[in-house]
Write a protein that binds this ligand. Structure first.
Ligand code: GLN
Length: 433
């Protein structure tokens, strides 16, 4: 496939057919073929300083976005055709944790870090048993893999898990487009028999909004979780009181590091499916309940909101990400879809109670609208990039929640203290009962 068949270069670095010009909010044409790689030449010229293409790699894949742009690329995972929503992630490290975060179900993740794959993959950095995301989009795949924990290359890992991955496309230009136009649906395909128009129609006739994605990623039956964080990676250990708390964790797509952190803080955890009845959870006499992260639209899972409502006020609860959004709704608030969401390990959040700023790990496309919340519900944390709600508290019902990821994995650990706050909440509630 030719990398470029166009004649007009735009300021964003991609090229358009003659006579076309880009404009904010979309394109006048239905199909625009974009430059695959402005830095790479398939003919190769060492003298001109350009990278020389490897003879064995070719542009065998396409990413077709719903705005009509087409991005030729090279595939390094499984073959096939997948439709999903494209989001960009600004984390510099931790691609394996991102690949195994179930909250990415229904999405292609584009990494803004230009080179991925350097450290390969290992058995320790998994955040769930499976990869639920629809595919990985990167600028450059590292040609060498080097890490003492590495057991295989990223390409082999994706292929074994039947996951699509593409590289050698202009991820900066695509990221700018997502920031200007908002998240876009797209189709990733290695099938040469499908026309650009067919793929474009596929991307335009699919929508992530309104779909229940948590039922596919949640566990099917309850289980006990005992693993703690590896002592080599653990920190903050002085703040633990050594007491044990019984916690039920609703699995809407839970990341393992949430469970490891709770366990390290002294919790005995039973993980239950998203459909587990509230009455059954209460019969287990927990000290607290955690509502986990999870993929997709929080207003598409009313049954989960009902479960949260039934538990409110009966036992201390803690919501993380999807769990926070479900709590927001259960308290009477509304959630909305953000323009392009927050995905990365560099999001500043202000804790309104302490005035301190935490750099946090985030991954969400929806948020709770603070104006829709009833009196008594306090916005405890604010995302400093855009002022959106990043945390809630409703002391009258022992509720606390965060829109972001105190468990990091990947990302900074500034917010780990939130697990201790949940322990304090359970302790206070136990003492007063
Ligand atoms: N990490 C999560 O829990 C994601 C929450 C929700 N699915 C969103 O995209 O906003």
């Amino acid at each position: 496939m030719a990398a470029t068949t166009t004649t007009t270069t735009t300021t964003l670095g991609f090229v358009l057919p003659t006579g076309l010009s880009p404009r904010r909010g979309g394109f006048r044409v239905s199909v625009v073929r974009c430059s695959a790689s402005p830095l790479t030449s398939s003919t190769g010229s060492a003298a001109s300083g350009l990278l020389v293409e490897k003879p064995w790699s070719s542009y065998d894949a396409r990413l077709v976005l719903e705005d009509g742009s087409i991005w030729p690329a090279k595939s390094f995972g499984a073959p096939g055709t997948r439709v999903a929503e494209l989001v960009f992630n600004t984390s510099l490290t931790g691609y394996q944790e991102i690949l195994t975060d179930p909250s990415y179900a229904g999405q292609f993740v584009l990494m803004t870090n230009p080179q991925i794959g350097n450290t390969g993959v290992n058995l320790d950095d998994e955040e769930s048993e499976q990869c639920f995301l629809a595919g990985l989009v990167i600028r450059s795949l590292s040609i060498s893999t080097s890490n003492w924990r590495c057991t295989k290359t990223l390409a082999d890992y994706l292929t074994e898990r039947n996951l699509m991955g593409i590289y050698d496309l202009d991820t900066r230009a695509i990221t700018r487009r997502l920031r200007e136009e908002g998240s876009l649906n797209g189709v990733l395909s290695t099938e040469q028999t499908k026309t650009d128009d067919e793929l474009l129609q596929m991307s335009r006739s699919w929508d992530i909004v309104g779909i229940d994605l948590i039922s596919d990623v949640s566990c099917k039956s309850p289980y006990e979780w005992v693993d703690k964080s590896d002592s080599e990676w653990d920190f903050n250990t002085n703040s633990r009181d050594g007491k044990s708390y019984r916690v039920i964790a609703y699995d809407f797509g839970i990341k393992h590091n949430i469970l490891r952190r709770l366990s390290s803080y002294g919790c005995q955890i039973t993980v239950v499916p998203s459909t587990f009845p509230a009455s059954e959870a209460l019969k287990m006499n927990p000290d607290g309940i955690l509502f986990s992260n999870g993929p997709g639209d929080p207003s598409a899972v009313p049954y989960a909101v009902e479960t949260v409502k039934e538990l409110l006020g009966k036992v201390p609860v803690y919501g993380i990400c999807m769990g926070h959004q479900l709590l927001g709704q259960a308290l009477g608030g509304k959630t909305y879809k953000m323009k392009f969401g927050h995905h990365g390990g560099n999001h500043p959040v202000r804790n309104n109670r302490t005035g301190q700023v935490e750099i946090s790990a985030q991954n969400h496309n929806y948020a709770v609208d603070p104006a829709s919340l009833p009196g008594g519900v306090e916005v405890t944390h604010v995302n400093l990039n855009d002022g959106s709600c990043a945390g809630l508290s409703f002391p009258a019902m022992n509720v606390m929640s965060l829109q972001y990821h105190p468990e990091a994995s990947p990302g900074p650990h500034d917010s780990d203290n939130a697990f201790r706050e949940f322990i304090e909440l359970m302790k206070r509630s136990k003492q007063s009962s």
